[in-house]
Structure formats: C-alpha cells, structure tokens
Design a protein around this ligand. Structure first.
Ligand code: GLP
Length: 276
C-alpha cells in the first residue's frame, strides 16, 4: 500500500523538493525520473526558487531521465518533452544537457526504444521516480490496457489523453498520436516512486489506482506492487479515497522519526530487480 499524504498542492511541492534535496545530500550523483504535464510543475518551480536563493543542495552531479516523449513532434517544439524538461528542469537547475535524457522523438523501424533502458541501467537505475496520473489512470503514457510488465516502447495515445493534453496545443489535431514511454515494468524498477495528483479530475483515477484492483485497465494501479510509493495529493484528488480518514490520521500521527517526509529512511538502496 502506498503511503498517502493528503495536503495542499504547495506543501506537496515543498515536501517533494525536500525529499529530492535529501537524496542529493546522501547521493550527490542521484538519478531522478522526471515527469511532465502540469502536475510536477510546482516541484520544479520550488527547486528553481531554492536554487535562485542559493538555498538548494548541490545538484551539479545529478542525472535525470524523462518518463516519456511525443513521437512526431520536432524536439524544438515548445510542447515536446525535450523542450519542457529543458525549460522546467535542466536549465533552472543549471545542469548540462548531457545529464538529462529524454526518450527519442523520432523512431524508425530500426530503432529499439528499449535501448533507452540501457542508459538508465548504466546510470545505476532511478533513485526517485516522479509520476503524475492521467484522468484515465495512465502513468507515463502507459494507456489503459498496457501490460503491467511493459518496457520502454512506442505507444498510441488514447483519445482521452489527447483531449486532456489539447490544452497545451492549439487544437486536438495538433496533439501527436504516438509516444515513447517507459513501461510499467520499467517504472517499477525505480527505488522509490512519488506520485502526485491534484484536482477533482484525478479523483476517480487516483482511487482506482491506489484502492482498486491491480489491473492493466488502470495502469497506475501497478504501483501497488512497489514497496516504496508515496502519493502526495490534495483534498480534491483525495475526495474519492475510501480510506482518506486513515491516511490523514496516519500522516498526523506519524512516528517522531518520520516528522519529515522519509526521515529516518535510507533513500539509497541496491537496484531493484527487473520485474516484480
Ligand atoms: C501526461 C503525461 C503524464 C502526466 C499525465 C497527467 O500526458 N504523459 O506523465 O502525468 O499525462 O498530466 P497533467 O499533469 O498535465 O494532468
């Protein structure tokens, strides 16, 4: 069961940034899995603000891997995830582009998207994977029906996801139809997963993911197989969680060694084995 923290969006961003900083202090060359979409923006803004005030831990050696990318969009397009990650993560943190990898935006018949995972493995695996959740229960771009053991691959976006993401583009037609995404099996190999969800539009998907059966129809439900998942969610996203009273109480009454998120827990650990 995931640890569920019901709090404000702002506090969720601060807690996640605290966690990232703690990992970097423990492991200066930490490897982050970074997500896109509107959900993680507050975390990235918080880290950037701390850096601007010279308050941030030394992130100069961190590496990062993005979860997914549109296929068929030029990488220079402002909404390609190459551009978004560069704008929200790489540049504000003062990182060299080589420290940050994004799945390829062009796939030819000879390409094997799974080779992206060789780079993740070579970096020692992902220490903390940040994920949002789609209104249809996707994580990364693993649409409903994705194998729970899936690897990084080319996928077709669902109509719902394209409608949801049309707000970043001019019209629905401009939203790409294909993507490359880390698979659900890939995501499960991260040492820790931090899932963020804000707003009532995520309430149903979140409740299904955290409290429903594990099923490929709700790809995010695969996180129930991971031993170290923390979900930071606001009241609206939590509104359909059956156990929300318990989560609030467990967070309020957490043991003294855990007054700070993940305090008392070693963040660095051996790589997780492949699969589950
Ligand atoms: C996007 C991304 C996901 C993201 C999700 C929710 O399409 N591929 O990584 O978590 O859908 O998006 P948002 O955070 O904008 O609600």
């Amino acid at each position: 069961m995931a640890e569920v923290v019901i709090t404000s969006k702002e506090e969720a961003a601060r807690l996640t940034a605290d966690l990232f900083e703690r990992l970097v202090r423990e492991k200066p060359n930490a490897v982050f899995g970074v997500a896109t979409g509107s959900t993680p923006e507050g975390v990235y803004r918080e880290l950037a603000a701390r850096r601007a005030q010279h308050l941030l831990a030394d992130f100069s050696r961190v590496r990062a891997f993005a979860l997914d990318e549109y296929v068929g969009l030029p990488v220079e397009h402002p909404e390609s995830y190459h551009s978004v990650i560069e704008r929200q993560w790489t540049r504000p943190l003062g990182l060299h582009p080589e420290q940050v990898a994004v799945p390829p935006a062009v796939i030819t018949a000879d390409d094997n998207p799974e080779s992206y995972e060789t780079r993740i493995d070579a970096a020692g695996g992902i220490d903390i994977q940040l994920v949002g959740i789609g209104s249809n229960g996707h994580i990364g771009f693993n649409e409903p029906g994705s194998s729970l053991a899936s690897r990084t691959r080319l996928k077709t976006l669902s109509r719902q996801t394209r409608i949801d993401n049309a707000r970043f583009f001019g019209t629905l037609d401009e939203v790409p139809r294909y993507c490359v995404t880390q698979g659900l099996g890939t995501i499960l190999e991260a040492r820790r997963i931090v899932l963020l969800a804000f707003g009532v539009s995520k309430a149903r998907a979140l409740a299904n993911a955290l409290e429903g059966p594990v099923t490929s129809s709700v790809p995010a439900s695969v996180v129930q197989f991971h031993p170290h998942v923390t979900a930071l969610v606001d009241d609206a996203a939590a509104s359909l969680l059956a156990n929300q009273d318990y989560y609030r109480e467990a967070w309020q009454e957490r043991p003294p060694s855990r007054r700070i998120l993940f305090d008392g827990i070693t963040l660095t650990a051996p790589p997780r084995r492949r699969g589950f």
